[in-house]
Design a protein around this ligand. Structure first.
Ligand code: 5AD
Ligand code: SF4
Length: 440
């Protein structure tokens, strides 16, 4: 029987929402009197906050458990292991069978983590993958010290059912948190040191409340919080880019000129098979409107290559869309069949070597565009939010309004907003030169 843990370590995989959930679980365990440690192999309790979006993510969890047991075992320790997140939701008791872990807890049930840990310590089964009607957020403690750039989940789940995606099954139906809960959390994040907040949701631009505020209404209210200098949001669906939200990009100064708006494919045939509910053209028209409102917006996105049935002609449509859009950055993935999703059993699965080849060609195009975007930023003056120290003496790393990594040398503190001129650009980062030091 594992003893009651005194120290814990949370390790998050996957998306930013998992990072946020990991922070909330850490706050929850700290409120129970446990101490956090940076070294997973020295912790009494290790929480693996997992991602199920692609195959390798799942396999990584099992190898992580194996490695953890080995490292801890070499020190004569046997930590309690809790698997949280989307693999926990999807695999449930299978993880206990396969990896003999102590606790399994889904993404909508992690407010019960202390109770599950106590049950595991008492030698009882400890599994909770319920999706309670009452929000877990009600049961979580307040925010403590946070980074200058903080995450805030405002919406969870997805009702869109793209045929490749597990999210509607692992995160459940679309639920928006209430306006007042979000405003309270945003204020406490700012009190705890946040200067930038990224609003998170699987379909964040579908956020709404009983007063029909819409995400743009929420952003306009957040903009009024003193000390909150920057607002971002992710991830969005093209069909939920309302005119109100587009107008907010024109009007609200603290709303950063960056938009993560995945298109997945440039082929209408594939978009239809993916059940994306938009076309290549409707997506491009949305982006025309966004760019009319905010010409300097940095576009980000996600792409999948090798969706079942994707031909070379379909892939050529994706490349031509990329050429037409000029992404500032983007993520691209090989299609991974997920158990239980409609696409997993579709005919014409694309061979691995074809996917490899397409991914390479797509990434070459996206890297080229990212570098071009960075080069075009040279000479701009902008504000950088400093997030951490660099490796060189006096070097600080931060983010531009367009979410580029910028490094600069100078006498600054983490959390400072520094006005710089961007003087040089590489594929992945830029060099800034401070003009005046903004007050901290
Ligand atoms: N295979 C490959 N990529 C996927 N994504 C989601 N599901 C899959 C899958 N089954 C990608 C999409 C999504 C991002 C978060 O992950 O591009 O936007
Ligand atoms: Fe991964 Fe999606 Fe779950 Fe995030 S919501 S952890 S991306 S499966």
């Amino acid at each position: 029987m594992p003893a009651s843990p005194k120290t814990f370590h949370v390790k998050s995989f996957g998306c930013q929402m998992n990072v946020y959930d990991g922070e909330r679980m850490a706050e929850l365990m700290a409120a129970q009197g446990l101490t956090t440690t940076d070294d997973a192999s020295a912790a009494d309790l290790v929480v693996l906050n997992t991602c199920h979006i692609r195959e390798r993510a799942t396999e990584r969890v099992y190898s992580e458990i194996g490695r953890l047991r080995k490292d801890a075992g070499e020190q004569g320790r046997k930590p309690m292991i809790a698997v949280a997140g989307c693999v926990a939701q999807a695999e449930g008791a299978e993880i206990v069978r396969r990896a003999k872990v102590d606790v399994v807890v889904g993404p909508q049930a992690y407010h019960n983590l202390p109770d599950l840990v106590a049950r595991a310590a008492a030698g009882e089964a400890a599994l909770d993958t319920d999706m309670p009607v009452e929000s877990k957020f009600v049961h979580l403690p307040g925010r403590r010290k946070v980074n200058p750039s903080a995450f805030l989940t405002v919406q969870e789940g997805c009702d869109k059912f793209c045929t490749y995606c597990v999210v509607p099954y692992t995160r459940g139906a679309e639920v928006s948190r209430s306006f007042s809960a979000i405003m309270d959390e945003a204020r406490s994040l700012v009190d705890a040191g946040a200067r930038e907040i990224t609003l998170l949701g699987q379909n964040v631009n579908a956020w709404n409340d009983a007063d029909d505020r819409g995400l743009h209404g929420l952003i306009r209210e957040l903009d009024r919080i003193p000390g909150l200098h920057r607002i971002r949001y992710t991830t969005s669906h093209p069909n939920d880019m309302t005119q109100g939200l587009i107008d907010a990009h024109r009007d609200v100064e603290s709303l950063m000129p960056f938009l993560h708006l995945p298109v997945q494919s440039g082929s209408d045939r594939i978009l239809k098979a993916m059940n994306r509910q938009h076309t290549r053209d409707s997506y491009m028209r949305v982006m025309d409107r966004v760019r009319a409102a905010r010409p300097d917006i940095a576009l980000s996105g996600d792409f999948i290559v090798g969706f079942p049935g994707e031909t070379e002609a379909d892939f050529a449509d994706t490349l031509s869309l990329v050429d037409a859009m000029g992404h500032a950055q983007a993520f691209s993935f090989k299609y991974s069949p997920r158990p239980g999703t409609p696409a997993a059993t579709m005919a014409d699965q694309v061979p691995a070597e074809v996917m490899d080849d397409r991914l390479q060609r797509l990434q070459a195009a996206l890297n080229r565009d990212q570098h071009a975007f960075n080069l075009a930023s040279v000479g701009r003056t902008c504000t950088i939010l400093l997030e951490r120290r660099g490796k060189l003496p006096g070097q600080m790393l931060g983010k531009s309004p367009w979410l580029q990594s910028v490094h600069l040398i100078g006498d600054h503190q983490i959390g400072d907003l520094v006005e710089v001129e961007l003087v040089a650009a590489g594929p992945n980062s830029l060099t800034g030169q401070a003009k005046v030091k903004a007050a901290a």
